[in-house]
Design a protein around this ligand. Structure first.
Ligand code: GLP
Length: 241
């Protein structure tokens, strides 16, 4: 049985226990992407809880992006977003390739000057003007990642040039990157980051730092913090040295 019994004696509300049970079933792959969940009526009977409890638990998991509802067909485990590790694509393109709509909201957008550390990682002269874009990224309205981008001001026509897609704005000004270095690290979200993404504090995430270049000229350094429960990074490996 993918979803185990709930315990009315435990302090956690039943709907939260059910959410935990579903999350664990997804983690240990007892429930896989696109698997159907049992109908709410059946599950309520099996677990001896009300349909309202099932509905409330599922609503939360849909909002988290772990489950999706399909009109007239029921509730399914959401397909995780797979991100190729070897293509120089943008968030907007990654989502579009999976039929999902990318949006973002601004945490901040400001002009500044390059820090000593950035001047090293980006190869810019100290004090060079930069734009800083801090965003929450969404897929079909569900929060997926936090992104902190630093862009040399010379690569964009203005701070306002970026509306939804940074890479589109870079393309318009002739600076779309054609090469990047990427570093991947496991992180735990702190309270503030978790609140922005609507997930539990301490939840695991993936930090991807990208340094991107347009024919050798540095165009971005971005730290992207992706939700660990919503992203798979996939790499194609070939043999040979
Ligand atoms: C990915 C990359 C970032 C890049 C972003 C641009 O998330 N990891 O380094 O800045 O895509 O995405 P968009 O063009 O949608 O703003």
């Amino acid at each position: 049985e993918a979803i185990g019994p709930l315990d009315a004696q435990r302090p956690a509300p039943l709907y939260q226990q059910l959410q935990q049970a579903v999350r664990h079933a997804i983690e240990r792959r007892a429930l896989k992407p696109d698997d159907a969940l049992p109908p709410e009526r059946d599950l309520a009977a099996d677990l001896s809880v009300s349909r309202i409890t099932i509905r409330k638990a599922f609503d939360g998991l849909v909002a988290e992006g772990l489950l999706t509802r399909r009109q007239g067909a029921g509730t399914f485990v959401a397909a995780r977003v797979e991100k190729s590790f070897s293509k120089l694509t943008s968030f907007t393109e990654d989502m579009a390739a999976r039929g999902r709509k990318a949006t973002s909201s601004w945490l901040s957008r400001a002009e500044g000057t390059v820090t000593p550390e950035e001047s090293l990682t980006l190869g810019l002269s100290p004090g060079a003007p930069v734009y800083r874009f801090h965003r929450i990224r969404y897929a079909d309205g569900a929060p997926m990642a936090l992104e902190y981008s630093t862009i040399p001001a010379s690569c964009l026509s203005s701070l306002e040039a970026v509306t939804t897609s940074l890479y589109q704005a870079l393309a318009v000004s002739g600076h779309r990157p054609n090469r990047a270095l990427q570093r991947l690290r496991a992180v735990l979200f702190n309270d503030e980051q978790a609140a922005l993404l609507g997930i539990a504090p301490g939840a695991p995430g993936l930090l991807i730092e990208r340094r991107a270049f347009h024919h050798g000229e540095p165009v971005e350094v971005t730290q992207s913090y992706y939700r660990g429960d919503a992203y798979d990074f996939v790499a194609e490996l070939n043999d040979g040295p």
